[in-house]
Ligand binder design. Structure first.
Ligand SMILES: [Zn+2]
Length: 75
């Protein structure tokens, strides 16, 4: 199973290793630096704060291109 590394939308410093397929299935992944949880569940969104927009774009990207590394950053 492939993985992707994304910049943490909460602290913009940590790199979160995710498995896009698992993320789409509801699996949560944690930032190693700030421990923010990256997940598609609504309950995790408040923790992401201002990263919500970036995360939302990421989610769309993952939905459309789950087989590519998502290393993009949208500020
Ligand atoms: Zn972080």
């Amino acid at each position: 199973m492939f993985t992707s590394i994304i910049n943490c939308p909460a602290c913009n410093q940590g790199q979160i290793v995710i498995q896009p397929y698992m993320l789409l299935q509801g699996q949560a992944f944690s930032c190693p630096l700030c421990a923010a949880k990256l997940a598609l569940h609504h309950e995790s969104k408040p923790q992401l704060g201002k990263g919500l927009d970036a995360f939302d774009k990421l989610r769309v990207q993952l939905s459309q291109k789950a087989d590519q590394n998502a290393s993009t950053r949208h500020e």
